[in-house]
Design a protein. Structure first.
Length: 116
C-alpha cells in the first residue's frame, strides 16, 4: 500500500488549505483512516480519525472546530480541510490507518507552513 499526501504549502495565519491523501493498494473502503502531523523537533501526533464509512470522526482538541476530516471511498482518497491556521499548526502532515487498528508504511507527508 502506498500513501501519497499533497496539498500543503505556505499560508498566512488565518488561512486555509485542503490536504489530500491518495491510497494505492489495499481495500480503502474497509479501513479507518487518520491524519497525523509532526512539527520540527516534536513527536508525531494524531490530528483526526475517521471510520471506514465516514460516519464517525474524532479530532485532537487543538484542531477542533478548525479542521475537518473526510473521505471519498470511490476515489480511495482521504481529505483534511484545515481552516483558521495558526503558526503552531506548522508541521508535516501524514495520512495512515487509525493506528488503533493497524498501520501502513508511512508516506512522505505534505508540509504545511503557517507564517506571515
Amino acid at each position: 500500500v502506498q500513501l501519497q499526501a499533497s496539498g500543503g504549502g505556505l499560508v498566512q495565519p488565518g488561512g486555509s488549505l485542503r490536504l489530500s491523501c491518495t491510497v494505492s493498494g489495499g481495500i480503502f473502503r474497509i479501513v479507518a483512516m487518520a491524519w497525523y502531523r509532526q512539527g520540527a523537533g516534536k513527536e508525531r501526533e494524531l490530528v483526526a480519525t475517521i471510520t471506514n464509512s465516514g460516519g464517525t470522526k474524532r479530532y485532537a482538541d487543538s484542531v477542533k472546530g478548525r479542521f475537518t476530516i473526510a473521505r471519498d471511498n470511490t476515489r480511495n482518497t482521504l481529505y483534511l480541510q484545515v481552516n483558521n491556521l495558526k503558526p503552531e499548526d506548522t508541521a508535516v502532515y501524514y495520512c495512515n490507518r487509525d493506528l488503533r487498528y493497524g498501520s501502513y508504511s508511512w508516506g512522505n507527508g505534505t508540509l504545511v507552513t503557517v507564517s506571515s
